[in-house]
Design a binder for this molecule. Structure first.
Ligand code: SAH
Ligand code: TMP
Ligand code: ZN
Length: 406
């Protein structure tokens, strides 16, 4: 019997994506034999409504000294996080000598801004290779997993925080109770918590099931975030939709009664009921949509192959691991995937073992079609790959449905 990680109610999966490898586990041929797989199943809790993985690999298998995702690979995300940081500074750092704490600070993409402004900051990042990039830039970073006990240590050494921020990491952590308990202690009574993660509403609406992978223990909604923070006397005071990662939500949270709850947050909670995010039927439909998407993508690639077309993948995202393994697409259908991350190049994709090559390989001889796995960075990528289109190339996208971009 499986239990909800948030409220301990009994849960059962509504979809199995089959055996999945570590999404960011790009590997060399000598590691193929010992590659780790787990059964990736998603469940919706009928009591608290949290959507969650039934099983997640040990966190040390995912977040370690060879973590393959460097936040700084996207220029657009640098701008996004600069705006995020400016918002925090302008609206919430009113007291003197404020302290900003970020978890999942990665290569320092967000904290760089606070450092530049001379604001006291501390990053908590367990993956030592990406943390080292931040440290080199002079960004204060602790190489560790955040939890309640680390929060207590930080309070002793640094005092309480004025702002606790995070992006694309809260949904990664199965022991969310310890995280929220830690946050509630770490953040001053007048302080603020601001974080963003891929939004369940967008995943359902766009069938962007590639947001489901080992690192994403949860798919949050305003309803479920409010539920868990309420247990620690905190509440969502605002919820602001974001375009990043194919549709995210930024949650703004304070200690109960400290700040007014915005109309926008209340409307969003109501909208989630209308969208069916609390209704098991929604997930039955979502499962069907995933199956259709998977069949259509593979059928399209088989058709292109039969026509003698050359197809490549663009951007070896963690999300692509779900697409390729669930849809059973290997190097017979996608010759290679190009990516600008040096640590991924020369390795092979998790599970399906498609070669990962530098972007130059793509530019040297353009394929006829390229599957854009980083559709969340579509604007940035399409803008810099205009030559591909000029040469007659075409992009294939699979969100919100499988299509060739005309
Ligand atoms: N915030 C960055 C990085 C997101 S990737 C961005 O949005 O681009 C998620 C990051 O969270 C990884 O660098 C991973 O090592 C880190 N992480 C995972 N579990 C964590 C935990 N318990 N505490 C702090 N960081 C964690
Ligand atoms: P993400 O979708 O998880 O942010 O991962 C993006 C991946 O795409 C990462 O491996 C870097 C790669 N990438 C490129 O190769 N070129 C680009 O222009 C961008 C923005 C990302
Ligand atoms: Zn629950």
């Amino acid at each position: 019997m499986n239990k909800c990680l948030i409220c301990n109610s009994e849960i059962s999966p509504f979809i199995s994506y089959g055996n999945m490898p570590i999404a960011n586990g790009f590997l060399s041929p000598e590691k193929f034999q010992e590659e780790y797989f787990f059964e990736m199943q998603l469940a919706h809790c009928p009591n608290c409504n949290m959507v969650q993985l039934i099983e997640t690999p040990d966190q040390n298998m995912m977040f370690n000294e060879t973590y393959a995702f460097y936040s700084g690979t996207s220029q657009a995300m640098k701008i996004h996080f600069k705006n995020f940081a400016e918002d925090v500074k302008d609206k919430y750092l009113k007291e003197s000598d404020p302290l900003v704490i970020e978890i999942g600070s990665n290569d320092g993409i967000m904290l760089q801004n606070f450092k530049d402004w001379g604001i006291r900051h501390l990053g908590i990042e367990p993956s030592s290779n990406v943390a080292a990039v931040a440290v080199k830039k002079g960004i204060n970073t602790i190489v560790s997993f955040f939890d309640e006990s680390l929060a207590e240590k930080i309070i002793i050494e640094n005092g309480q925080a004025d702002a606790f921020i995070a992006a694309n990491v809260m949904c990664h952590i199965p022991y969310l109770h310890s995280i929220v308990a830690g946050i509630s202690k770490l953040v001053k009574k007048s302080g603020i918590v601001i974080f963003e993660d891929p939004y369940l509403g967008d995943v359902i609406e766009k069938t962007s099931y590639d947001q489901v992978y080992d690192e994403h223990t949860f798919l949050f909604s305003v309803t479920t975030i409010n539920f868990i923070f309420n247990k620690y006397n905190m509440e969502v005071i605002d919820a602001i939709p974001q375009e990043t990662h194919g549709g995210s939500m930024r949650y703004i949270i304070g200690h109960v009664g400290e700040r007014p709850v915005s109309e926008r947050a209340l409307i969003q909670i109501e909208r989630e009921k209308e969208l069916g995010l609390n209704d098991p039927e929604t997930f039955v439909k979502f499962k069907k949509n995933c199956e259709i998407s998977k069949q259509e993508l593979k059928a399209l690639l088989i058709k292109l192959k039969s026509e003698g077309k050359k197809v490549a993948g663009y951007a070896a995202t963690s999300k692509s691991t779900t697409i390729l393994n669930y849809s059973d697409i290997g190097s017979d259908l996608i010759e290679y995937i190009c990516d600008n991350t040096p640590i991924k190049q020369g390795k092979y994709s998790p599970g399906k073992h498609i070669p990962i090559v530098p972007i130059e390989t793509f530019k040297d001889t353009y394929p006829d079609y390229a599957v854009l796995f980083a559709y969340n960075h579509a604007k940035e990528i399409i803008a810099k790959e205009t030559e591909f289109i000029k040469q007659g190339g075409k992009w294939i996208m699979f969100v919100p449905n499988v299509h060739i971009v005309e």
